[in-house]
Design a binder for this molecule. Structure first.
Ligand SMILES: [Ca+2]
Ligand SMILES: [Ca+2]
Ligand SMILES: [Ca+2]
Length: 232
């Protein structure tokens, strides 16, 4: 470990975006040029069960990548994993990604964090001009998972009306009002969810924040509890 420059040791204190975050924003903007197939906020919610199912299926792969079986993927395991998937990232890029997704800062990727990480990899590696060849040309070697990631990216693109790479509170309000003019209750729930996503309360949600919230919304966490019950 010696000789490693400890950079960005206090990510909480820094409001400025990292190089990685800038790249994610840029990748998202490129993707947004192609527009979204989502037509309403409700159609996103209707997709939750299918997304949940797909992510749960990925649990087996997660366990495979977790070589020492401690329930988390550490930096070394992540490097092996990216190698296996034939994803070429520099060591610096890999570390940045790892740090960015290690939200609870325990030096490991739990299942949620790993899903977020892979979806970011998907966004960064995917050629937006190859939109219609998704099933033919896989960029992370898992077509089913990629289809799910594409749905999540699509949902973000739908919400980010002005295509600046962030979902603002106004954009969230617009999206909800468009779809459910009579349904105040669902609107209120969505607003609450927006507050959950917007950690720093600056009124804007980037794709990473959106992803973290998304993995919780669709319910993959409950799955972890279920599994513990099964084991006993
Ligand atoms: Ca591990
Ligand atoms: Ca972690
Ligand atoms: Ca926006």
């Amino acid at each position: 470990m010696g000789g490693v420059v400890a950079k960005g040791e206090s990510p909480k204190a820094s409001v400025q975006e990292s190089k990685l975050e800038t790249r994610i924003i840029e990748a998202m903007k490129r993707r947004e040029v192609g527009g979204s197939t989502i037509i309403s906020f409700n159609t996103i919610i209707l997709k939750f069960p299918k997304i949940d199912e797909s992510l749960r299926k990925f649990k087996a792969a997660f366990e495979e990548f977790d070589e020492d079986g401690n329930g988390a993927i550490d930096l070394q395991e992540l490097k092996h994993c990216l190698n296996k998937m034939e994803i070429s990232f520099t060591d610096e890029e890999t570390s940045d990604l790892f740090e960015a997704c290690d939200i609870n800062e325990d030096m490991g990727m739990n299942f949620n964090e790993f899903i977020v990480l892979l979806c970011l990899v998907y966004l960064l590696k995917k050629d937006p001009t190859a939109k219609h060849t998704l099933s033919e040309k896989s960029c992370i070697g898992m077509p089913n998972l990629e289809a799910t990631f594409e749905t999540i990216v699509d949902a973000f693109v739908f919400l980010d009306k002005n295509k600046d790479g962030y979902v603002s509170k106004d954009e969230m309000v617009d999206a909800i009002n468009e779809t459910t003019p009579g349904e105040r209750s669902s609107g209120r729930i969505a607003m609450k969810r927006f507050e959950e996503m917007d950690w720093d309360k600056n009124g804007a949600v980037n794709f990473k924040e959106f992803l973290f919230a998304f993995t919780h919304w669709v319910g993959i966490e409950e799955f972890e509890d279920e599994e513990e019950e099964e084991k006993s």
